[in-house]
Design a protein around this ligand. Structure first.
Ligand code: C2E
Ligand code: MG
Ligand code: MG
Ligand code: MG
Length: 293
């Protein structure tokens, strides 16, 4: 390759890189105003008990509708929020929003269901997190045992186990539940699972999706569920899309399923309706997807 061609490629790369950086800066700038501009929303995805067919909880998921670009996926904006520190405000916003919503449903006479909220490591270490959670519970009136905080393995990067253990211990003492999210997707040191006070293990979608047709995957999942139950944790499978996958999960003794097979994340008004329809008809081959936004 000639010197000139090499230089050309290098410049192309530099241009692309500069554009990507510029994009992220713009996104971060807009995200900073998203809360006050009312561009953020919480959507809710049902979690279904395999044994009873009841909706036992919801996971709150952030949605951002940019005034010019329209909906932007969390896969795109959450990393920007994390790298810029904006996640601290966003995380507190959705925590409060989701707790308020769960309390409102309780007050409307709907059955008690846990509300799961994702927490980024940055949020955890940016403040006295257990005090912030206690304040939100007090302010909204949601019973602590109906809140579940979802944490990922990335929480364990660069932090002493002592510090993690203290914070998780205080949260657990408040009565909130703790879930380890995306289990199996990261680097895994199983040691912390035995030492930290988690209540639930959420199996990453990659181990669940299409499990019915894949014997090797099924064995892996059976092992994960056995591990989880062996440690006294309840097991939640994420990302089941087909009825056949739920049949396998039931055979393997998984406790709870969250996936498109039951419902996508939906707007707050639709969530109780979706829950009622899931409970009325356990698992049709084809659920009418008219409520999907
Ligand atoms: P997560 O916490 O693991 O959430 C589950 C994701 O899987 C959601 O994507 C959900 O819509 C998707 N999902 C659920 N069932 C299925 C299925 O059957 N098939 C497929 N293909 N996908 C399914 P979403 O809403 O795009 O969120 C992506 C990730 O962004 C979340 O993964 C979480 O890591 C992050 N995120 C979303 N909201 C928040 C938030 O409020 N705070 C923080 N810190 N992170 C958030
Ligand atoms: Mg989650
Ligand atoms: Mg997950
Ligand atoms: Mg995730």
């Amino acid at each position: 390759m000639g010197k000139e061609a090499g230089r050309g490629r290098c410049m192309l790369f530099e241009t692309a890189f500069a554009e990507a950086v510029e994009q992220r800066l713009l996104l971060a700038r807009d995200l900073r105003h998203a809360i006050e501009e009312n561009e953020l929303h919480a959507f809710y995805q049902p979690q279904v008990s395999i044994a009873t067919g009841k909706v036992v909880g919801f996971e709150a998921l952030l949605r951002w509708t940019h005034r010019e670009r329209g909906p932007i996926s969390p896969a795109e904006f959450i990393p920007v929020a994390e790298n810029s520190g904006i996640i601290v405000d966003l995380g507190l916003w959705i925590l409060r929003e989701a707790c308020q919503q769960a309390k409102a449903w309780l007050d409307q006479g709907l059955p008690p269901r846990t509300m799961s909220v994702n927490v980024s490591p940055a949020q955890f270490w940016a403040m006295d997190f257990e005090t912030a959670v206690a304040a939100v519970l007090a302010e909204t009136g949601l019973p602590a045992e109906l809140l579940c905080l979802e944490l990922t393995e990335s929480l364990f990067v660069d932090q002493s186990e002592d510090r993690i253990s203290r914070t998780l211990g205080s949260l657990s003492a408040l009565g909130v539940q703790l879930a380890l999210d995306d289990f199996g997707s990261g680097y895994s040191s199983l040691g912390y699972l035995t030492r930290l006070p988690f209540h639930r293990l959420k199996v990453d979608r990659s181990f669940v999706d299409g499990i019915a047709g894949q014997p090797a995957k099924r064995k892996l999942l059976a092992g994960i569920i056995a591990l989880s139950h062996g440690l006294g944790l309840s097991t939640v499978a994420e990302g089941a899309e087909k009825r056949a996958d739920v049949d396998v999960l039931r055979e393997l003794g998984c406790d709870t399923v969250q996936g498109y097979v039951y419902s996508r994340p939906v707007a707050p008004d639709a969530a109780p309706v979706v829950a009622a329809s899931i409970e009325a008809e356990p698992l049709p081959d084809h659920r009418p997807q008219c409520l999907i936004p």
